[in-house]
Design a protein around this ligand. Structure first.
Ligand code: UN1
Length: 507
């Protein structure tokens, strides 16, 4: 692999172009390193308990102003943010690569997702439709009104360090809500860059309230303070199922609202009639793309027994062509894992496959000169014995568990027989199979695709999943409703007072 040189120098230049001052980057003790070569990138100060408290108080004040700004005007701020993102797409994408190890194409794709959600939200700012509902009473009008909710706490993960923030922020802003963001402690620099771009947009906007969008840097303690504070009516949290298990009850205990986007265990079913070339390419992209570190990554593939061997051969050949290396290299398809804990988890999972009688192809560590502290691996195919139940845990690494199946009902049952329910896909040219898979008795996930893979969802659809994935929906469709307060309002314009349900109450 070719190493493209010191990441900290690359980082300084990139941050400089993004307008983030280098001065504040060494004032603290939260050490940020690049997964590309393990070099230290920054030492950031952590937000203290007092800082978090002040940020929440500031957000409450900003809310009082922002909720009174007409939604299309709020959309103007998001339009300006979209422009900033367009102007800085290359640099922000590169920063994602430097801090998170995604290949440049995927860093750019992530920023494109941000631009797309801004466009979506700008359009939404002239909609935010409520229903008119037929009233059962004469001379009455019943209507649903949507009002701003209040400060939104966003907790995000390292793997989509900027897009997840933008899904939440673009919607929250047009809905009239301030945002307080706690990015992953593994990717705080991309957060500082987003904050800078947002501030540029605010400067162009003119009269946005101060502290409309804020960033807090730190670990779990910071997130937990946000989660437990009753002044933050909505917590939108992306991360592991274990994290969601702590966040959900804490927010519920104070009757707050949460949008949870947690682990996935996504499967592709390849049916006998499938276009095998499409199926193999989609499976490989889903499983090895982003080094298997997407919540939508393909973790399992169920191959019909009639095409099992052909598909395994094609996958093995595709895996052999995958270039692992410095994600800044245009030839690279798989960059590093985020850290050594990830590498350990991957090795443990592969040992478990071998212990269970499975065969592992790949999954070897790739040593790179000058990058001894980085964790590069070849993606792994885990060929599983037919007798085994499907793996239940999500390992955030490029491992694809390969199973054979006999009937579609069996494949659907096995796809569903895991705690998570984010994304599933079928490759088939048989319309009956496709329809069954997406039907009420088909895959039980929030995202179910036909002839495309499990990852790479467009922003226009609602994003999220069922069961241990947390049930939340972000991004497109009507996910905006999660960021607003619904009011049912009935107006009586008659001179009578008829009661609902026909009740007579003569007083
Ligand atoms: C995530 O991994 O947290 O559908 C989000 C996808 C991307 C988003 C992934 N649009 O793969």
């Amino acid at each position: 692999m070719t190493y493209h040189g010191n990441t900290s120098e690359d980082l300084r230049a990139t941050l400089d172009r993004l307008g983030v001052s280098a001065e504040s980057l060494n004032d603290g003790d939260l050490v940020v390193t690049s997964p590309i070569d393990g070099h230290e990138l920054a030492r950031l100060p952590r937000s203290s308990e007092k800082d978090v408290d002040a940020a929440i108080a500031n957000a409450v004040t900003a809310f009082d102003h922002w909720r009174q700004v007409p939604p299309p005007r709020r959309g103007e701020l998001v339009r300006l943010l979209g422009n900033e993102l367009r102007a800085h797409k290359e640099d922000l994408g590169r920063l994602v690569t430097l801090e998170c190890g995604k290949i440049l194409q995927e860093g750019l794709g992530e920023v494109q997702e941000m631009i797309d959600i801004c466009d979506f939200a700008v359009g939404l700012s002239r909609q935010l439709y409520g229903l008119n509902i037929a009233s059962e009473r004469p001379g009455h009008r019943m209507q649903e009104l949507w009002h701003p909710l209040g400060p939104v706490g966003v907790i995000s993960a390292f793997n989509f360090p900027v897009a997840v923030w933008s899904w939440n922020t673009a919607l929250a802003l047009v809905c009239g809500d301030p945002v307080i963001w706690k990015p992953s402690e593994k990717s705080p620099l991309t957060a500082l860059a987003c904050q800078q771009l947002l501030e540029n947009a605010c400067a162009g906007f003119g009269d946005a309230p101060e502290h409309l969008v804020q960033v807090l840097i730190g670990e779990e303690a910071v997130g937990s303070q946000l989660v437990n504070d009753g002044r933050v009516p909505l917590i939108s949290a992306t991360g592991s199922t274990a994290m969601g298990r702590e966040v959900a009850p804490a927010v519920a205990a104070r009757f707050g609202r949460s949008i949870l986007e947690l682990g996935g265990n996504n499967a592709i079913v390849v049916a006998p009639s499938a276009d095998l070339d499409l199926a193999v390419r989609a499976t490989a992209f889903g499983a090895v793309g982003t080094a298997g570190q997407r919540c939508t990554s393909t973790r399992r593939v169920f191959l019909h027994q009639s095409i099992h061997q052909r598909a395994v051969d094609a996958l093995t050949a595709a895996y052999a062509r995958v270039r692992v290396g410095d994600p800044r290299d245009a030839e690279t398809l798989v960059g590093p894992l985020i850290d050594s804990a990830s590498l350990d988890a991957m090795q443990r999972a592969l040992t478990a496959v071998r212990d269970a009688g499975g065969d592992v192809i790949g999954g070897d560590r790739v040593e790179v000169a000058d990058c001894e502290d980085a964790c590069y691996v070849t993606p792994a195919l885990a060929l599983m014995p037919a007798s085994l139940t499907s793996v239940q845990e999500e390992t955030f690494a490029p491992i694809l568990y390969v199973y054979a199946y006999e009937t579609l009902e069996e494949a659907i049952n096995r796809q569903n027989d895991v705690p998570q329910g984010l994304s599933a896909a079928i490759f088939t040219t048989d319309i009956r199979e496709a329809e069954l898979f997406t039907s009420a008795v088909g895959a039980d996930c929030g995202i179910v695709n036909v002839n495309i893979g499990t990852s790479g969802a467009e922003v226009g659809g609602a994003f999220g999943g069922e069961k241990a994935t947390g049930g939340g929906r972000e991004s497109g469709s009507d996910a905006w409703k999660g960021y607003m307060r619904r009011m049912t309002s009935t107006v009586n314009y008659s001179r009578e007072l008829p009661l609902a349900q026909g009740i007579r109450f003569d007083i």
